[in-house]
Write a protein that binds this ligand. Structure first.
Ligand code: ATP
Ligand code: BTN
Length: 314
């Protein structure tokens, strides 16, 4: 067994709730207690809290709702790759060749999860959803403008079918709840006609060892944990993305503008746009038919298309 496989096997075993002594694990996996200890440390680095009682052994204080590839595959039409430990699901699809549009890569833990502009996306094991979809745009990459708008709207609407209300949007690629970031979308192009759409959605994360510089939240704060099932949520998101992206290719962003504007966290509010060294102040007016952000400034109604732009509330 490879090191990662041993760690996953130890984790699956202790996730059942019982205590396992170092000796019992050492016999079970036929490796020394020192190696067991190293593996336990490695699992902790994935962001998992493992407790240790001298007389009893190791135990997981919280259960893990593991992703189930067979279950997800049985309910989606797309090819699916579940890689429990990965650098980045976006990177995996960017590096893949000859894959079909709609192929999904999903993971329990990303060691190099990334956000926009090379920022880090904190991805503790089993706590949240991290997945990416490969997409071939029949009409070419130019129609990618507005794609993050479409995807953000779809995610909020899927969440509402799970009874999760009150989630809002922050242009161009964030979902937030009470001004705290709940999810992010990272779209990266592979070539002139295909791209990778990456989604990170916080579900159960309530603390992290790694710092997150801006305010964040998780679905457990928004909804009752008992009503949340990671596998079912992943299935619903993959299916909705797949069908709505096909619609978007045919009809463009138009159908999504009104829906975005209704969900826009800053609509009608004072905002500041940060573009490099420049600051633009005004009142936010949602988005236009291209997905550009509309701001009413002293000069009139101006539109800004995505790029190196950050939006801040007052
Ligand atoms: P802007 O681009 O407007 O400055 P932003 O602060 O949301 O917006 P992004 O680049 O869109 O920045 O997102 C990456 C940021 O998300 C990181 O800088 C980090 O602060 C934050 N972040 C990292 N991991 C998580 C996570 N799991 N949940 C919420 N936020 C996270
Ligand atoms: C952002 O808000 O800056 C975008 C965050 C996107 C995170 C997701 S998690 C799955 C996929 N793989 C990555 O490395 N990033 C995206």
């Amino acid at each position: 067994m490879k090191n990662i496989e041993i760690k996953l096997a130890i984790l699956k075993l202790i996730s059942k709730g019982s205590f396992f002594s170092m000796r019992a694990l050492s016999i079970r996996f036929d490796i020394s207690p020192t190696e067991i200890q190293k593996h336990i440390e490695g699992i902790r680095e994935w962001g998992i809290n493992i407790s240790y009682l001298k007389e009893k052994g190791y135990q997981l204080p919280e259960t893990i709702d593991f992703l189930n590839a067979r279950l997800i595959r049985s309910k989606i039409g797309n090819s699916l790759k579940l890689i429990p430990i990965i650098d980045s699901t976006n990177q995996y699809l960017l590096d893949s060749s000859s894959i079909k549009s709609g192929t999904v890569c999903i993971s329990e833990h990303q060691t190099k999860g990334r956000g926009r502009r090379g920022r880090k996306w904190v991805s503790p094991f089993g706590k949240n959803l991290y997945f990416s979809m490969y997409w071939k745009l029949n009409s070419g990459i130019d129609s990618a403008v507005g794609l993050s708008i479409v995807i953000a709207v779809i995610i909020v609407e899927v969440l509402s079918t799970f009874g999760i209300k009150g989630v809002k949007l922050k242009w161009p690629n964030d979902l937030c709840y009470k001004d705290r970031k709940l999810a992010g979308i990272l779209i990266e192009s592979v070539n002139k006609e295909s791209l990778v759409i990456g989604i990170g959605l916080n579900l159960l994360m309530n603390s992290t060892k790694e710092g997150i510089s801006s305010p964040w939240t998780s679905l457990i704060e928004v909804a009752d944990r008992s009503s949340l099932d990671r596998n079912e949520l992943a299935i619903a998101l993959i299916n909705a993305l797949y069908s709505e992206l096909k619609y978007y290719e045919l009809h463009g962003v138009r159908k999504f503008i009104k829906r975005w504007n209704q969900l826009d966290n800053y609509f009608g509010k004072k905002v500041i746009l940060l573009i490099g060294e420049n600051k633009i102040e005004g009142i936010e007016h949602g988005i236009n038919e291209k997905g550009a952000l509309l701001i009413k400034t002293s000069k009139g109604l101006e539109n800004y298309i995505s790029g190196e732009i950050s939006l801040r509330g007052y």
